[in-house]
Design a protein around this ligand. Sequence first.
Ligand SMILES: NC(=O)c1ccc[n+]([C@@H]2O[C@H](COP(=O)([O-])OP(=O)(O)OC[C@H]3O[C@@H](n4cnc5c(N)ncnc54)[C@H](OP(=O)(O)O)[C@@H]3O)[C@@H](O)[C@H]2O)c1
Length: 227
Amino acid sequence: MALAMPGSRNSRPYVILNAAMSLDGKIATYTGDSRMSSPSDLRRVHRLRASVDGIMVGMRTLLRDDPKLTVKFARGRKPHRIIVDSTAQTPLTSYVVRTAREIPTIVAVTSRAPKNRLEILERRGVKVFVCGKGPLVSVKILLQTLRKLGIRKILLEGGGALNWSMLSSGLVDEVSVAITPRILGGEKAVSLVEGKGRGLVRDGVKLKLLNTAKYGPDLVVRYKVLS
Ligand SMILES: NC(=O)c1ccc[n+]([C@@H]2O[C@H](COP(=O)([O-])OP(=O)(O)OC[C@H]3O[C@@H](n4cnc5c(N)ncnc54)[C@H](OP(=O)(O)O)[C@@H]3O)[C@@H](O)[C@H]2O)c1
């Protein structure tokens, strides 16, 4: 089967992975605290959000942070919110579900998700996409479906498990990381990319540095994904 390459963007949206990370590569502490962007970096993130058609997060990020995934401090688009949630467990009390009638919200599930749960979400104004039959959402099918809906550019906002699925499937075009001047440690603290990982350095996802910039105390590094 042909792999989706970073260049084959006609069949899928352009994807930018963005995260805030400690110097030792953690995107949250072992307790799950992930508020690490400086005010200046937050404004950059919101400008980035205003430039995309969709903002995507994994289920554990949704459960841990109950994020709004909206645009503040910047003018531009009103991106779709995309939750990657195999079994449709997105809480009805979550901010994204409570506001789904005002802000377009997609929950991507697998065919294993309970049908009654999908109906409940749809009644709340959520669009549900069934993407594959596996234990996890097929991110390839999801991206193709999003592109058919007219979504051309996506901001991938983690967490580490979803970042791995997307990177290891060749579905990320750009990576932007704000390095916050902290070292957090913690074996159980989530890193920028989790998952199985690669056994050899030469097999790692290859990047090319595009630029670096300072946002308050944070250093933002931006890379193009080569392979
Ligand atoms: N600093 C930052 O910039 C930043 C940004 C985002 C998140 N975070 C932090 O990251 C932490 C969460 O990261 P995480 O790695 O634990 O979880 P995650 O990537 O947010 O979510 C992983 C979950 O998504 C669901 N999923 C469905 N299909 C998937 C697929 N194909 N690939 C991967 N996941 C899939 C699975 O749950 P189901 O089986 O239930 O569907 C999986 O357990 C939180 O503490 C959050 O605060 C930090």
